[in-house]
Write a protein that binds this ligand. Structure first.
Ligand code: TXA
Ligand code: MG
Length: 314
């Protein structure tokens, strides 16, 4: 539903977001597709709506320092320097994430990309929701980033609960993404020139942003379990071979494994995606010899989870 961004419609959108919905909203760069950053099932709906066959870490949008402090574990001095100069505005900073932030937001990484937008509608929405919003660009996977509400509607249709129309985005190009963790690097050139950033904190590595073209979802860093992982039907694994292994299943339960994580009792893929990275992290921490991952149905969010399992298994 495309709605003009009146104060009433911003309130209405905020209520939908608080109830776990997804709302497209204007920012000064491009339109974003937002959901509550701390509600993994709401975040899973973003990936569903974008029809992404893989998980990418999302940018978390905050209103102010109080909201920021709930999202990040630490904000180093160069981050404060850059924030002081460029926030609110089109700069995204990658720093250590706060532990309650769901793994689905960061695709399992222990860092989070965060920015404080300047667009008055984005800020009104954040103020009304009262909590951080995870939001990638509001386009379907592979599409162009939307700079008008009509672009969002053409790309996502009614996959967003509401599309707030705030007119044309001022910059029309995404935010510049700068990592401060694990080391200072330019991850994506964007609306703020890299020279302006380097004049404040010194030279940034650029290899990550300007390397060879990568497949979708192929980032400079990706969370991968250290424990060897294979995709296998656990029903066919012998009891002997289960002893020192863990199993990750959608809904089945399997006897004899040293550890078991079930993603969704009812076999619901959205619920499964919401638990996915935490379950992998938990199994990975147990010092198991191996993780057996049950193949998931390759539809909807199952595609993105299988993509991640395949990357983890090679
Ligand atoms: O202007 C923008 O940044 C827009 C508006 C809506 O804010 N958002 C946007 O989000 O472009 P998205 O999801 O399309 O792009 C997020 C970028 C990706 O390049 C992603 O790889 C990177 O940020 N990113 C996010 N979290 C990261 C992390 N923890 N480490 C490294 N890169 C990260
Ligand atoms: Mg995008």
């Amino acid at each position: 539903m495309l709605l003009p961004a009146t104060p009433e419609n911003v309130e209405r959108s905020a209520a939908l977001l608080r109830a776990g919905g997804v709302v497209a909203f204007p920012t000064e760069t491009v339109y974003g597709l937002g959901a509550l950053a701390f509600e993994p099932e709401a975040v899973a709906r973003i990936f569903e709506a974008k029809q992404r066959p893989s998980f990418d870490p999302l940018i978390v949008h905050v209103l102010d320092d109080a909201m920021l402090s709930r999202v990040v574990a630490e904000f180093p001095p160069p981050a404060w320097q850059l924030a002081g100069l460029f926030w609110p505005g089109p700069l995204t900073l990658v720093v250590r994430k706060a532990s309650p932030l769901p793994g689905l937001v960061t695709a399992g990484l222990d860092t989070v990309a965060v920015r404080m937008p300047s667009h008055p509608i984005a800020r009104a929405l954040l103020a009304s929701v009262g909590e951080a919003l995870a939001a990638p660009s509001a386009n379907r996977f592979g599409g162009l980033s939307p700079t008008r509400a009509e672009h969002v509607e053409a790309s996502l249709g009614d996959r967003a609960d509401v599309i707030l129309d705030g007119g044309r985005s001022e910059h029309g190009i995404e935010s510049t993404v700068v990592a401060l963790e694990p080391r200072p690097a330019l991850l994506r050139p964007g609306a703020i020139p890299v020279e302006a950033i380097e004049s404040v904190i010194g030279r940034l590595r650029r290899d990550a942003a300007f390397g060879p073209v990568r497949a979708p979802g192929q980032l400079p860093q990706h969370y991968a379990p250290r424990t060897p992982l294979r995709i296998v039907d656990p029903a066919g694994v012998s009891l002997q071979a289960r002893k020192r292994a863990g199993v990750l299943s959608l809904r089945g339960s399997f006897e004899g494994y040293a550890a078991h994580r079930m993603l969704s009792r009812g076999g619901d893929l959205r619920e499964a995606a919401a638990r996915f990275f935490e379950a992998l992290h938990e199994l990975d921490r147990l010092g198991l010899e191996r993780i057996d991952a049950q193949p998931l149905p390759e539809e909807g969010l199952g595609l993105a989870m299988m993509d991640r399992l395949r990357r983890a298994s090679d």
